[in-house]
Design a protein around this ligand. Structure first.
Ligand code: NAD
Length: 510
């Protein structure tokens, strides 16, 4: 099965991909991609070293000099053609995402669709990039802002969105006139090779070689080199808070720019007047979808004391019906975790939750009947009466939902905002007053970058700016004015008169 998926994308013949008899785990300079659904090796990937890195930088710099001269709407036409090519390869790429990281096929396809959507969005953007014309205080002066291409953009991506995270960055960067250097997770290099080749092939065929670059290597050899490189003005990094703190520090030392999209610890508040049916369905998808491996996964449920029992009962019943298994099967709703280490992380969190007084209502064990692969049973853990459960303050990248109850909305909001991360948040209520308290313009409600009413925490649309506050890193990607991160702003003043007029009315030597 895995060979067929590789063949559909030409990866079986790719010079840096080793399959079949040539695949020998432990070969120096190579990483082996393992199928999380069965533990089998899929392929070996040759890693880049320092010399390969320098070559990529040199090519990127040359490509940037050419690409920035191409008018933005023409750059948009290249991105349009890339989006079309992704449409053609959607099925094969979606299956590759599933094979490599274990998300169910529907979600693998959804991820590629996100790439297609952001390409469409970028095409429109290519004709609307603009800056304001401002009122000058001086006679016969014109004052305006223009946005210019930034240069080389380093994109570091997490394993769990092996295609879309790159696209959110690179499609926008491309219409902005930049060259992207993508350093993917070593847990998902095959999707990266296939995706980057599609983009680069299309761009090259239209006369624009080198706009989409890929570098695959270890964090020590390649990752940190990229992060520390002054020739790369922007580092857009998606991953854990631990990684973001390290990357942020290195880039800050050279006064470079970062766009950080880091971990979340997202909660749903369910108020006493909520539609419980809607809440239960939404929480189910947001808590167990992608086997709890989304940055926006719902990890905490904060339910009013009058609805907590009923809601928890419904969720436990729903969890019992979930089909766990082969992510390529149409029936499956929950696939495997990415690695055996992630399974360990799940068990450690469950053990700690019990030690801290939590009650495991369902889950907490390996998924029944799955002898191979990294499968766990999604868990629901009820916090002890006092509501204190330190493990719930951390992001465990696995399907564990911690349930808390509250009396007053103030209490719920305080609990909601008490974690270090600030990515996604949601409230279920039929009351305008309650939802407005959650969204208060004073900022006293949700402290997250994403705030939803009557929908779950995951599944963002591309049109809005995506990202979060606090330890989530503060970056914004995808829609709205996120494109500004990929350009540099220049304020321009033109004197079209013949007098020297100084700002602030200063007279100098008259
Ligand atoms: P990770 O932090 O282990 O790795 C992410 C990427 O950073 C990988 O490409 C890795 O190789 C690279 N990296 C790590 N250390 C580095 C260093 N010192 N220098 C350069 N590169 C380095 O994360 P992961 O396990 O792949 O992904 C899961 C995490 O990502 C979760 O915390 C999740 O919440 C987060 N995430 C956030 C978003 C978001 O948009 N906010 C999206 C997806 C995932």
């Amino acid at each position: 099965m895995s060979m067929k998926v590789l063949e559909r994308l030409g990866l079986d013949r790719h010079p840096r991909v080793v399959t079949g008899a040539g695949l020998k785990p432990g070969t120096p300079g190579q990483v082996v991609v393992t199928n999380p659904a069965n533990g089998e090796a899929i392929a070996g990937i040759r890693l880049d070293d320092a010399a390969a890195y320098e070559k990529v930088i040199a090519e990127s710099q040359e490509a940037f000099k050419r690409w920035r001269e191409v008018p933005a709407p023409v750059r948009g036409q290249v991105v349009r053609a890339i989006g079309d090519e992704f449409r053609k390869h959607k099925e094969a790429l979606g299956a590759l995402v599933t094979l490599e990281v274990g998300k169910i096929l529907q979600e693998g396809l959804g991820e590629v669709q996100e790439t297609i959507d952001i390409a469409d969005y970028a095409v429109g953007l290519s004709r609307t990039l603009s800056g304001p014309v401002l009122a000058s205080e001086r006679a016969k002066h014109r004052l305006y802002e223009q946005w210019l291409p930034l240069g080389l953009v380093g994109v570091i991506s997490a394993f769990n969105f092996p295609n879309a995270v790159w696209a959110w960055n690179s499609m926008l960067a491309a219409v902005c006139g930049d060259v992207t250097i993508w350093k993917p997770s070593l847990l998902a290099p095959l999707t990266a090779i296939a995706s980057n080749e599609i983009a680069e092939r299309v761009a090259s065929s239209m006369g624009h070689r080198g706009v989409f670059q890929l570098i695959i290597g270890t964090d020590q050899e390649v990752g940190e080199r990229l992060v520390a490189d002054r020739r790369v003005p922007l580092i857009s990094a998606t991953g854990s808070c631990r990684m973001g703190k390290r990357v942020g520090e290195i880039v800050a030392r050279r006064l470079g720019r970062t766009l950080l999209e880091l971990g979340g610890n997202n909660a749903v508040i369910v108020h006493k007047d909520a539609d419980i049916d809607l809440a239960a369905k939404s929480i189910l998808f947001a808590a167990v979808g992608t086997a709890g491996q989304r940055c926006t996964t719902t990890r905490r449920l904060i339910a009013h004391e009058s609805v907590v029992e009923e809601l928890t009962k419904r969720l436990v019943n729903a969890y019992k019906q979930i089909s766990i298994g082969d992510p390529l099967s149409e029936k499956t709703l929950v696939g495997p975790l990415i690695t055996p280490a992630a399974v360990e992380g799940y068990f450690t969190a469950i053990r700690r939750a019990k030690e801290e007084g939590g009650t495991v209502l369902i889950g907490g064990e390996r998924a029944a009947g799955m002898s191979k692969g990294n499968y766990v049973m999604p868990a629901i853990v009820r916090a002890p009466g006092s509501n204190v459960l330190p493990i719930a303050m951390e992001e465990t990248f696995a399907p564990i939902l911690y349930v808390f109850s509250y009396r007053t909305l103030e209490e719920a909001l305080a609990l909601h905002n008490s974690v270090e991360q600030g990515l996604s948040s949601a409230i279920f209520t039929d009351s305008v007053r309650t939802s407005e308290a959650f969204l208060a313009t004073s900022g006293s409600g949700s402290d997250c970058g994403l705030a939803y009413v009557n929908l779950g925490t995951s599944g963002a649309e591309i049109g809005g700016a995506f990202g979060g506050e606090k330890d989530t890193g503060g970056g914004r990607e995808s829609g709205s004015d996120s494109w500004k991160a990929y350009m540099r702003r220049q304020t321009v003043a033109i004197n079209y008169g013949s007098e020297l007029a100084l700002a602030q009315g200063i007279r100098f030597g008259e």
